[in-house]
Design a protein around this ligand. Structure first.
Ligand code: AMP
Ligand code: GLY
Length: 426
């Protein structure tokens, strides 16, 4: 088959790496890709949010199958356009992607289908929002309704800070995304990211991972796209899995179909495992990044038949995927300053060498090759994902950090405590 993968992050490198291993794939293109993806796919220089460019490319190349990685093209309706053109595509339509692009949409679905989640209010008026805030307890959870690159959630500790923050939200802190604001009850517990694939009717459970959202050790500093991940997630027991499927995932897939926008694609549930059981924090309509990297490394089965079955509406006939037992850890290397300002263009050495080590696979995110020198250069905020497997999670983490030490890069910034929470509780 001739495939196009859309995206350029660590998530897409992991997907490209896995898809390239499929005996069904003859040709794999990736737009716009990165220097790592270029080693397993042919790169096409069209950005993931360039709808016109992508559609022209897809018409020209007559791909058999298109896989959409990031959220922007989904929210922009790329899958709808490709469905209209008769191109087989893996990913939700614009209406179904509202599970990610509108938090208010998801909360309304939770109400309607009794899906456990935090109590909340939705506001377009600051006075009403302030009055509601006074009825809530600290810490306060404020969320922009729309897409805000993972930064649209703020959790102030005091009412005064929460009121000041509300004002900023309504004055356009996140542009149109924060014209509508959600205020939620704060849930206590451990977080896990769980993934399921759906064909619109059936949900096929994948596995869970844990992410580290804050920039610095000890969960300090600003929120980021994610600084590391590991799988399995010890909090995510088989009992929790069964509850999540029954109370959260299945009612969502059922409700989305019943309401006229069946969800086909990867459903990424951000969950809080509370003392009253798992509750939904939020949905994303795509794989998580950096979680996808550890999930792909643990997936033993061929990924492509699963994606094809989801697109064809035939997941009920698909076999449950097989997984490697070995835990996998992922340490993200970001550029100094991320998630704030950072420099691009610094040279990175040692990636090829560490890729040779036992259990190690480095997935690229913001990287490119120097035009003349061919050297690997930093080209974004999150730059590399150092993944390692091991017989135990401890070994996986040790191997990952050993590889991190051997990557020579002047701008290297990373957390030194990936998976420490799980290691301490084991
Ligand atoms: P979100 O983008 O909705 O996943 O939120 C980002 C992060 O904020 C989550 O990963 C949680 O750590 C935290 N968060 C969001 N909503 C809540 C909530 N209702 N209670 C506690 N923490 C939350
Ligand atoms: N790692 C969280 C996300 O991809 O949104």
């Amino acid at each position: 088959m001739k495939l196009l993968l859309i995206g350029s992050g660590g998530r897409e490198h992991a997907l490209a790496w896995k898809l390239a291993q499929s005996p069904l794939v003859e040709t794999l293109h990736c737009a716009p890709g990165n220097a790592g993806i270029a080693e397993v796919a042919d790169i096409v220089d069209i950005k993931a949010d360039d709808m016109i460019g992508l559609i022209a490319l897809i018409q020209r190349e007559a791909y058999d199958f298109v896989v959409v990685g990031p959220e922007q093209p989904l929210a922009m309706g790329l899958v709808d356009a490709l469905n209209d053109m008769g191109v087989r595509t893996f990913g939700p339509t614009q209406a179904a992607a509202q599970l990610e692009s509108s938090k208010a949409f998801t909360k309304a679905l939770c109400d309607k289908y009794k899906i456990p989640t935090a109590a909340y209010g939705v506001f377009t008026d600051i006075k009403e929002a302030k009055a509601f805030l006074k009825t809530m307890k600290a810490p306060y959870v404020l969320k922009a309704d729309g897409l805000a690159a993972g930064k649209g959630v703020v959790i102030p500790e005091t009412l005064k800070d929460a009121e000041a923050e509300l004002k900023e939200f309504f004055s356009g802190k996140f542009g149109d995304a924060s014209k509508t604001v959600l205020i939620e009850e704060f849930m206590h517990g451990q977080e896990a990211s769980f993934f399921a694939i759906s064909d619109g009717k059936t949900a096929l459970p994948l596995i869970a991972a844990q992410d580290h959202k804050r920039a610095f050790d000890g969960d300090k500093g600003p929120n980021t796209g994610g600084m590391g991940a590991y799988s399995p997630a010890p909090v995510f027991t088989n009992e929790i899995l069964a509850t999540v499927m029954e109370k959260i995932i299945q009612p969502t897939i059922y409700g989305m179909a019943k309401d006229g926008h069946p969800f086909k694609g990867v459903l990424f549930a951000g969950l809080m495992i509370t003392k009253d059981g798992p509750k939904l924090i939020e949905y994303n309509a795509r794989f998580g990044d950096p979680e996808c990297q550890v999930v792909m490394r643990r997936l033993q089965s061929d990924l492509l038949p699963i994606l094809l079955a989801a697109e064809a509406g035939e997941l009920d006939k698909a076999e449950a995927p097989a997984w490697f037992e070995e835990p996998v850890a992922n340490v993200v290397l970001a550029a100094k300053g991320y998630p704030g300002d950072y420099k691009k263009g610094s040279i990175i050495n040692g990636v090829e060498e560490v890729n040779e080590k036992d259990g190690v696979v480095v997935f690229h995110a913001g990287t490119r090759r120097g035009k003349n020198c061919g050297k690997l250069k930093a080209n974004g905020g999150r730059v590399l994902n150092v993944t390692a497997s091991g017989e135990t999670l401890e070994e996986a983490v040790e191997r990952a950090y050993d590889a991190v030490e051997n990557i020579k890069w002047s701008q290297k910034q990373f957390r030194t405590d990936i998976a420490h929470h799980a290691l301490m509780s084991s």
